[in-house]
Structure formats: C-alpha cells, structure tokens
Design a protein around this ligand. Structure first.
Ligand code: ZN
Length: 348
C-alpha cells in the first residue's frame, strides 16, 4: 500500500477546482506514463486512458475535481466576495484558511465574517450565509489585490495538507474523489500489465461537483457496456450519529452502492460486485445514501443503458478541508474492482 499512499498524497495535495483540473490530470498521466496505450482529452477536459484488450468494453470513472470557491467581487478595501463551486456548507467555511489561485501564484488568506462582538443575539443564533462571508488576503485596497493577480473568476480552494494519523488512517483534502482516482489509476496500470480480459477505458472526469457534467460527455466517447464509478464516499460513523444513519464506517471495507438519488444499481451488476468482493476476500459495505449522486447517475442512462456500479472508499467530513479515510478500505476497493473486471470478462 506504500505506492497507493504516495499517489494519494500526490493527488490530494494537487489542486483541481471544477473546470480547472489540469494539475491532477498531469499527475495521473505522469503516474500511468508508458503503461497506457493512449491518452485523450475531450473538449470538457475529461482524461480518457485506453488500455487495450479483448473482451467487453468497461468504463471506469473517478472525478478529478474538488469542491472549491470562485472570487465574485473585490471591494474597495481589498476584501473578496466569493461563490461556491460545488456543495459547500457555510458552517464549515467560517474561519478556514484558503488559497487564492492567480496567474502569479497562490495567495494565502482566510474566510472571515463579522466578529461575534458586533453581532446581534439574533444573528449569533444562526449559521452565516455564504454571502455574509468574505476572504481576507491582507490587501488594503482593490488595487493591491488586483496587483497581486486576483480577479473575478479566480479560483479559491482549501490549502493542501496530508498527514498520517494513528493506525491506518490518513487525513488530507479532496479525498473526494482523489481516493477514487488512486484506485482507478492502480487498476488501470494492473490491467495494462496483466490483461484482464476487458477493453478498459479509465476515465478521469471533470466538473462532477457541479452536477456530473464531465461524465455526461465522457460516456459518449467511450460507449461502454459496463461501468464502475470509483468514489470517495460518505462515512458518518461519528459521535451523535445513530447506527442506522452511519451510511458507511471506516475500516469496514469498500462501499458498494445499492441506491442513491441518481441511480438504482442494476441488480445483476450489484451481484457481480458482491461476488467480486467475496472472491477477492475483501470486506464490503452495502450502501444506500438518499442525498447523494455520482457520475454513475449519468453514465447508466447512456444509449440503451449501461450496467453501472459504484465502489466507494468511505471518507469522513466530505466537502470539508480535512477528510479522513482508512487505507485498508482503499486497498479493498482496489482489489474488489480488479476482481470485478475479471468476473465481467468471464461472464461475458
Ligand atoms: Zn465525489
């Protein structure tokens, strides 16, 4: 798992706001390098790696983008207003460090709001709205901010960090969905080395966090018969959450999705994924998550329909600056997916 850990660190500490995923695409291409027959980018920016092979055509998809923000206004005093790019919770944003991306480089800053000392009792009771927050980069005027390279449309992200925690757990930003990118890159390389009996397209999609946009076009280029979406998925195994609502738990294996708001998994294909977990000897967690969608939501509706499944690596604190996952779950997702490709080849 050492290699997976290093790749996770490299991808997680790269920046890829929706619509600006080039840095992560570059890291993935560097990792896969010579082992892949061909790389292709479509007009959206999806990275499509083809690994030859006889057998049914299978698409893997993991999204490269991370939830981010965009500068929408610079005021006379140099404060930045921003709009979220992807699902961000204002309760999580308040007080966070951020980096503003400019053509001249990265600028440090933080997200501020009116201090409690000048807040009314009514205001203090509720979470601030995003329009009540601002980004402070230390500028004293609009001119100073602009001279540093900030403009309308500049991306803002959480800062890169990566840490090993106790046991097999790690903490970093953007594990949703760099964890899936790692699993997919490792599977693509294994397929290139081993010949898994499928014609594999490993797709690294863009703009998932703003509405599954990259997958919508990528599936047209690939036109697959089967698809597996690899996701950093929600784990709610934290204090105060009842057992029935925990969705998935860290360290209990890969998540295999039964249903979410964008797809009801094809029953036959779900059974294949479960069989793959059993044959690979890895634990898995059946997952139902009503308030969540993945690229699979678009992929399975392509053409006359695509048998599609979602394999997830459970992550705590999704869409926050600090996500935590268990490396054993990442390995389980990798081995499950590899075995699933072999099963698809055998069954077809
Ligand atoms: Zn995701």
């Amino acid at each position: 798992m050492d290699e997976a850990l290093r790749l996770l660190e490299r991808l997680s500490t790269s920046y890829a706001p929706p619509g600006g995923e080039d840095a992560v695409a570059g890291e993935i291409m560097a990792f896969l390098g010579g082992s892949i027959d061909s790389f292709d980018f479509d007009a959206m920016g999806n990275l499509i790696a083809r690994v030859g092979g006889d057998g049914p055509r299978v698409m893997l998809a993991a999204h490269m983008d991370e939830v981010a923000m965009m500068v929408s206004w610079i005021d006379d005093e140099g404060f930045l207003s921003f709009t979220p790019v992807g699902g961000l919770d204002p309760r999580v944003l308040l007080g966070q460090r951020v980096v503003v991306h400019t053509e001249k480089g990265l600028l440090e800053g933080c997200i501020g709001a009116k201090p409690p000392h000048v807040t009314t009792q009514e205001e203090a009771k509720k979470a601030p709205e995003i329009r009540e927050l601002h980004i402070d980069i230390g500028a004293s005027s609009r001119e100073e901010a602009e001279a540093a390279g900030v403009k309308m449309g500049s991306y803002v992200t959480f800062p890169a960090h990566f840490a090993r925690l106790l046991g097999t757990r790690v903490m970093g930003k953007a594990f949703d969905d760099r964890a899936g990118c790692v699993v997919e890159a490792l599977v693509a390389r294994a397929a290139a080395e081993g010949g898994l009996g499928v014609e594999l397209y490993a797709v690294f999609t863009v703009q998932e966090e703003v509405g599954l946009r990259g997958a919508t076009t990528a599936v047209n280029s690939v036109n697959p018969r089967y698809a597996i979406v690899l996701e950093g998925t929600v784990a709610a195994d934290t204090p105060g959450v009842p057992e029935a609502s925990r969705v998935t738990r860290l360290g209990r294996g890969a998540a295999v999705r039964i249903m979410d708001s964008s797809m009801i998994t094809n029953r036959g294909f779900y059974a294949t994924l479960v069989k793959a977990a059993e044959r690979a000897g890895v634990s898995y967690q059946p997952q139902i998550v009503a308030g969540s969608a993945t690229d699979a939501g678009r992929i399975h509706l392509h053409g006359r329909g695509v048998a599609t499944g979602v394999v997830g690596v459970p992550c705590r604190y999704l869409h926050s600056p600090h996500l935590i996952l268990d490396l054993r779950d990442l390995e389980a997702a990798y081995r499950l997916t590899l075995e699933a490709l072999k099963l698809i080849s055998e069954q077809t």
